[in-house]
Design a protein around this ligand. Sequence first.
Ligand SMILES: N[C@@H](CCC(=O)N[C@@H](CS)C(=O)NCC(=O)O)C(=O)O
Length: 228
Amino acid sequence: MSHCKTEIQYRTSNKLVDTVNKLIVWGVGTTRTLRVHWMLHELEIEYETRAIGPRTGETQTEEFKSLNPKQKIPALIDGDLVVTESAAIMRHLRRICDRLPYDQYQQSVAGLAEYDEWLSFMLMELDATSLYVVRRHGDLSGIYGEAENAVTSSIAYFERMLNSVVDRVADKEFIWGTTFSELDIHMAILLDWGGYVGAGIPDRLSDYHDRMKSRPAYKTASELNFSA
Ligand SMILES: N[C@@H](CCC(=O)N[C@@H](CS)C(=O)NCC(=O)O)C(=O)O
């Protein structure tokens, strides 16, 4: 994989330099870590992986706690900078590497408002308040407790929210503007995850979902993320 060095404008202490740090990603094995590995592969950035997994105790070592006191993966180390939260890490990677250029709409006020709307919607409505509730009281019920009603109603909520945006995704090449972006990564992984927990995924999203999953970066990153 080549590095983004030649295309990069990397900001350190207000100075633009043309070199980048060797990036290190902590974390594998979850949908949230997959987001970051997928983006790195789309950008063709070389990086190292510290293959720690969730609920293995590996997020509670002194070394990792000093990097991320939240004790959560993924975390990205970029020189002196530690970036946590998968969405923030993906945004950071887009800023330090311009291999996926933004189109004119994506840079416009309207485009940025749409970006913020999609990101809030996917992180809050489709992830935190629905699929993650299913995870907590489904696969992780040993830790968070059984709550069958919460699981059932969260799946229904996910389906309702997803159905509300079908027209904005189906038949489109990409969710936002005319180029692939981290919003496609979020959506494709949410569709994977929704399918995994048994939520109904509208047929009209199949083409979009299949196209995203056929991207070489998705395949390579999934292999790395789930086999480690
Ligand atoms: N909002 C965070 C969520 C990160 C998160 O909850 N990570 C879980 C795995 S999906 C974790 O590290 N849990 C700690 C552990 O299981 O040890 C993100 O998107 O990065």
